[in-house]
Design a protein around this ligand. Structure first.
Ligand code: ATP
Ligand code: MG
Length: 433
């Protein structure tokens, strides 16, 4: 017997009940981004592999072991399914000279791909919402992006997401720190795992980002980058914190917070919850003033963050339950030769007025069609037989609250008005989040 084909491990279908919820979520995201003047940008899912190697850095989890890379079988070009969005976004800004006239605020959403071990909150195809700015130097934009996070949690009805911030200073300051850190870890080599030992001389900062619980202690006693930062770097960091304090956003400075990607400098931040088990970071970002230059563009300061949509969705469902599906307004039932001609026109006429219609496809008796109407969850059945059709009338039958709105025969032209009138009484019309 043939085996059925299944989806790739770690790459999941989002079925209609949940996909409807994603739609609502994406609407919330669009108006939230607009409220801060961030404009959408849509980027390719496949990019040249060197883009990620240059942007993210060779000695990183992503580039070392998580990328889906392949050669184009037609021309041998090395390509990669994007593991994150910042590199592609920066590439597009450079390629189209987007920030040459004025700074840019951009956002995007879509799937990212990383070859990780699938588990709750960690998938091989997952979705991110990314927010990026290009051309702003000051701490005000860093703080703006942190405030954006805080507002979004409110818009989604989420609480208990905690903010951690740190400053990575500038690359020159990290050179000195790196020596100090290597020295420390060499003295404690016994406490390092294999990966950390391997990174000790290539990318020691990354050791601080280790998820290995056995290394927690050696990491928490390591020297702190923040203790050796320049006056300028500290002033920038203080500038961010002042805006957060004024806005009443609580935060913790975590001196060992580093980001997994090489291109960050100055401010880094993460929003973390303890309600999602091990995969608790829902949003992470920071400043990456070096990236555009590193990709060959004219140096341009930049700042951004990315959110894991699946993790956020899990949190919303855990906090607020699964919202109800948006309702269908009308199920259209019809039978007979005259009715058959009229029915599609009635359906389109209702849709012209913004009413959603499930059209009975596949025929059937009135009784079997009414069964489907009941099962559809529609608010009304519009029923057209030949008798009604000849008079340009239809039966309007409420499928819920029948006591309140009794079934009645009315002119086809007034069905939409009648339905709209009943909606005015209901405040839950298509309400979701
Ligand atoms: P982690 O430490 O959890 O591996 P990361 O540092 O690799 O995260 P980023 O590259 O900063 O993650 O991506 C931003 C956000 O995208 C993360 O905070 C998380 O919410 C989400 N994310 C990252 N990887 C995955 C994944 N494999 N599956 C689901 N969401 C993910
Ligand atoms: Mg990761």
């Amino acid at each position: 017997m043939n085996q059925t084909v299944r989806s790739v491990r770690g790459m999941n279908d989002v079925l209609p009940a949940e996909a409807e919820f994603w739609d609502v979520f994406e609407d919330v995201i669009r108006s939230w981004a607009k409220a801060y003047g961030y404009r959408p940008i849509r980027l390719p899912i496949v990019e040249p592999t060197p883009l990620f190697k240059r942007a993210i850095g060779e000695v990183t989890d992503i580039v070392e072991k998580e990328m889906y890379s392949f050669e184009d079988s037609l021309n041998g070009e090395k390509l990669t399914l994007r593991p994150e969005g910042t590199a592609g976004c920066a590439r597009a800004v450079i390629q189209h000279h987007l920030a040459s006239q004025r700074p840019q605020r951009l956002y995007y959403m879509g799937p990212m791909f990383r070859h990780e071990r699938p588990q709750k909150g960690r998938y091989r195809q997952f979705n991110q919402i990314g927010v990026e700015s290009f051309g702003f130097f000051g701490p005000d934009i860093d703080a703006e992006q942190i405030l954006m996070g805080a507002r979004l949690w409110g818009d989604l009805g989420l609480s208990g997401i905690e903010l951690q911030i740190n400053s990575l200073g500038q690359p020159e300051e990290r050179v000195r720190y790196r020596v100090e850190l290597v020295d420390y870890f060499e003295k404690h080599a016994d406490s390092l795992d294999e990966e950390a030992k391997r990174r000790l001389h290539t990318n020691p900062l990354r050791i601080l980002d280790s998820k290995n619980p056995a290394m927690r202690e050696v990491i928490s006693n390591s020297p702190r980058l923040i203790d050796g930062l320049s006056v300028e770097s500290m002033a920038h960091f203080e500038g961010v914190q002042k805006i957060l304090r004024d806005a009443g956003i609580p935060y913790t400075v975590d001196p060992r917070l580093v980001r997994g990607l090489d291109y960050y400098n100055l401010t880094v931040f993460e929003w973390v919850t303890d309600r999602l088990g091990a995969q608790g970071t829902v949003c992470a970002g920071g400043r990456y003033d070096g990236l555009v230059g590193q990709l060959g563009g004219k140096p341009l300061p930049a700042c951004g963050f990315a959110m894991g949509v699946e993790r956020l969705m899990a949190l919303v469902q855990e906090s607020n339950g699964v919202p109800s599906s948006p309702e269908i307004d009308v199920y259209l039932v019809y039978q007979g030769g005259v009715a058959e001609e009229l029915a599609p026109r009635v359906a389109e006429g209702l849709r012209d007025r913004g009413i959603s219609v499930l059209f009975n496809c596949g025929g059937g008796t009135f009784k079997s069609q009414m069964k489907k109407a009941d099962a559809s969850g529609a608010l009304y059945a519009v029923i057209i037989g030949d008798d009604e059709a000849r008079e340009s009338e239809a039966m309007l039958k409420p499928l819920r609250d029948e006591g309140k709105y009794p079934q009645k025969r009315i002119a086809i032209d007034s069905i939409a008005d009648e339905i709209m009138k009943s909606f005015l009484d209901e405040d839950d019309f298509n309400g979701c989040l």
